[in-house]
Design a protein around this ligand. Structure first.
Ligand SMILES: CC(C)(COP(=O)(O)OP(=O)(O)OC[C@H]1O[C@@H](n2cnc3c(N)ncnc32)[C@H](O)[C@@H]1OP(=O)(O)O)[C@@H](O)C(=O)NCCC(=O)NCCS
Length: 190
C-alpha cells in the first residue's frame, strides 16, 4: 500500500488532539497498557506490557504510515499535551474503500469523551481526506463503554459476528459490527 502522511495540521476537536507517536510516549504506553480493561478487550496487546513492547508499538505506528497499512495516532489533551490513549485506522481495503477504526484510552483519560472525539475525527479524515466510503468498528457485546463510543460517534449497529475473536482464554468471542458510511459522518470544519 502507499505511504500516508499523518494529518497536518493535526486532527483536533473538543479538547483532544491526535498526533504521531514518538519516544516520549513510551512510559505512558507501559502504564496504560498494563490496565486490566485493555487486557480484557484488546487481545493483541501483549500482557504484561513492557517498555520493549511500547518501543515496538511506536516503531509499528511509524511503519504503518510509511506503508499505509495502519494509521495509529496518540490521543492527547489539546491544552496540556497529556497522553490520553491511542486511536487509529487499520485493515484498509482500498479497492472496496473500506477501513476499520479502533481505539483505547488510558485509565486516566477515560470518561472525558476522548475516545468518541478521536473516533469522529479519524472517521471524517478517512472519508473526507482518504476517500473511504465506509468505516467499520467492532466491539465485544459486553464492552459497554466501547459500544457506547460507537453509538456516540454516529456509527450504526449492523449485527453480530459470531465467534469472531479469540480471547486470551481461547474462547471464540462474538463481536458487534458497526458501520459509518460517507454522508452519514460529520465533516470537520476547515
Ligand atoms: C472503551 C474506551 C476506549 C472508552 O474510552 P473513553 O475515552 O472513556 O470514551 P468516552 O468518554 O468517549 O465515552 C465512554 C462512554 O461509555 C460510557 N461507559 C463507560 N463505562 C461504561 C459501562 N460500564 N457501562 C455503560 N457505559 C459505560 C461512558 O459513560 C460514556 O458514555 P456517556 O458519554 O454517554 O456517559 C475505554 O474504556 C477503554 O480504553 N477500554 C479498554 C480498551 C477497549 O475496550 N478498547 C475498545 C475495544 S473495541
Amino acid at each position: 500500500m502507499a505511504e500516508v502522511a499523518p494529518p497536518d495540521p493535526p486532527l483536533a476537536a473538543e479538547g483532544v488532539r491526535l498526533r504521531p507517536f514518538d519516544e516520549r510516549d513510551v512510559a505512558d504506553l507501559v502504564e496504560a497498557c498494563n490496565d486490566p480493561d485493555i487486557a480484557q478487550w484488546l487481545v493483541a496487546v501483549p500482557q504484561p506490557y513492557t517498555e520493549s513492547d511500547a518501543r515496538e508499538y511506536v516503531a509499528h505506528c511509524a511503519a504503518g504510515f510509511a506503508d499505509g497499512s495502519s494509521l495509529q495516532l496518540a490521543v492527547t489533551d489539546a491544552d496540556r499535551g497529556t497522553f490520553l490513549g491511542s486511536a487509529g485506522l487499520m485493515r484498509p481495503l482500498p479497492a472496496q474503500r473500506v477501513i476499520e477504526v479502533g481505539y483505547w484510552t488510558a485509565p486516566w483519560g477515560r470518561g472525558q469523551g476522548a475516545a468518541t472525539t478521536a473516533t469522529r475525527l479519524l472517521s471524517s479524515w478517512a472519508i473526507d481526506d482518504l476517500g473511504y466510503a465506509r468505516v467499520e468498528l467492532m466491539a465485544a457485546p459486553l464492552n459497554a463503554a466501547s459500544n457506547r463510543v460507537a453509538q456516540k460517534a454516529g456509527f450504526a449497529r449492523e449485527g453480530v459476528l459470531r465467534g469472531r475473536e479469540r480471547t486470551r482464554d481461547g474462547v471464540q468471542r462474538d463481536l458487534v459490527v458497526y458501520g459509518l458510511l460517507a454522508g452519514e459522518h460529520e465533516s470537520r470544519p476547515r
